[in-house]
Design a binder for this molecule. Structure first.
Ligand code: AMP
Ligand code: GLY
Length: 420
């Protein structure tokens, strides 16, 4: 089977590696991929939001199944577009993608179906903001309604901050939407729970915890993710049952009732407080870097899983996992998540000594004249499997020290909750 993979991050390199290992795969074409996927697949440079151009390329390379990595093409309706053109594609349609594409949509769905989540108000005016602030205490969480590339959420300690940020969003700071969602602040521990979902069934697809803040001890501004580990020690059978019964099932039922059954990977972002799960967010895709710690633990052929999902036949597949623990640490360009320079040579990357259980996933990288250069804020995801998170982390840091990239930095405390 010829497979098309859309995206260019560490998540897509991890997906590409698993697709490459599948017995069903013939060729993989990455749109546009990175220096890591280039070693496994053919990279084709294209704007992934230019659906017509994508379709032409999908036909040109005789692609039989398209797998979509990132959220933006999903939210803009790539799945609907490819379906109309009779191309097989894995991922949710435009309507179901609103679970991630519109926080107002997601929160309203929660309210209508009694799904536990933080109290909230969708606001389109200053007056509504004042109303919420009068009834709630600080901190207050302010969120842009639409996609905001990880920059749409702020935890505010005072009124002035809420008013400034809401004003900016009302004026159109984010092109995706001018609405905001105000939420009460939930205290607790965050965890991510993953599923693969078809029209009739869903299957467990791993758990992970990530570190969003840029600095050690989880301080500083939010990023796309500085590291992750799987499985999440926080999840047990009792909690899992609550997540499924109180959150997942009512959500999937509601979408089905509206004639838009969910299909694809589903990322359930949760806050756990007093052993109870609260939904923080849905993402309509795998997480990045969560995917990089979940897939190395997967034993079952990923293309078989995805194929049976596309055929609404997930019921008949058994998904198996390795017992080992997995962690990834993200090597970032200095300055990230603020301004950083691209195009810096990763001079030691071909020399580093890896053990059998180590994997270097590429994220923001590019090949120029056979050399690998940085091409983004998150550059490499150094990943490893092992018996304990502590041992795995030590090993990853050994690799990072070997790499000795002077233009980068990374967090040395990934997994601290699971280790200390
Ligand atoms: P989101 O994009 O909705 O996942 O928000 C980004 C991050 O902000 C989350 O991963 C949480 O760390 C934090 N966050 C979002 N909503 C809340 C909330 N209601 N209470 C506490 N923290 C939150
Ligand atoms: N690591 C968070 C995300 O993928 O949204």
């Amino acid at each position: 089977m010829n497979i098309g993979l859309i995206g260019s991050g560490g998540r897509e390199h991890a997906l590409c590696q698993k697709i490459y290992e599948s017995k069903i795969t013939n060729n993989i074409i990455c749109f546009p991929g990175n220096a890591g996927t280039a070693q496994l697949a053919k990279n084709v440079e294209v704007d992934i939001l230019d659906f017509k151009k994508l379709l032409k390329l999908i036909r040109k390379f005789r692609i039989e199944l398209v797998i979509v990595g990132p959220e933006e093409p999903l939210v803009r309706g790539l799945v609907d577009f490819l379906h109309k053109n009779r191309i097989k594609v894995f991922g949710p349609n435009k309507f179901a993608s609103k679970l991630e594409g519109s926080k107002a949509f997601m929160k309203k769905l929660c309210k209508q179906n009694n799904i536990p989540t933080a109290g909230f108000k969708v606001c389109t005016s200053k007056k509504q903001v004042y109303d919420f602030l009068n009834k709630n205490k600080f901190p207050v969480v302010i969120k842009a309604d639409g996609l905001a590339a990880g920059k749409g959420v702020t935890i505010c300690e005072n009124k002035k901050q809420v008013l400034n940020i809401s004003e900016e969003i009302f004026k159109g700071k984010f092109k995706s939407s001018k609405k905001i969602v105000l939420e009460e602040f939930l205290e607790g521990e965050e965890v991510s729970y993953f599923l693969v979902v078809d029209k009739n069934n869903f299957k467990f697809f791993g758990t992970a915890q990530d570190h969003k803040r840029v600095k050690e001890k989880d301080r500083g501004p939010n990023t796309g993710g500085m590291g992750a580990y799987s499985p999440a020690p926080l999840i047990n059978k009792e909690l899992e049952k609550k997540i499924i019964e109180k959150i997942v099932k009512p959500t999937l039922r509601a979408l089905k009732k509206g004639n838009n059954p969910y299909k694809g990977f589903l990322y359930v972002g949760l806050m756990i407080k007093n052993k109870e799960p609260y939904l923080i967010e849905y993402n309509v895709r795998m997480g990045d870097p969560e995917c990089q710690v979940i897939l190395p633990r997967l034993k079952t052929d990923i293309v078989k899983i995805i194929k049976s999902c596309v055929q609404d036949n997930l019921k008949n597949i058994k998904i198996k996992w390795k017992k080992e623990k997995c962690m990834t640490i993200v090597l970032c360009s200095k300055g990230y998540p603020g301004y950083y320079k691209k195009g810096k040579l990763l001079e030691n990357i071909k020399k580093i000594k890896l053990r059998k259980s180590d994997i270097v996933y590429h994220a923001g990288t590019k090949i120029i004249n056979n050399q690998i250069y940085s091409n983004g804020g998150r550059v490499l995801n150094i990943t490893s499997l092992g018996k304990s998170f502590l041992k795995v982390r030590k090993n990853i840091i050994r690799v990072l020290k070997n790499l000795n990239w002077k233009y980068g930095f990374y967090r040395k405390d990934i997994g601290w909750r699971a280790i200390d």
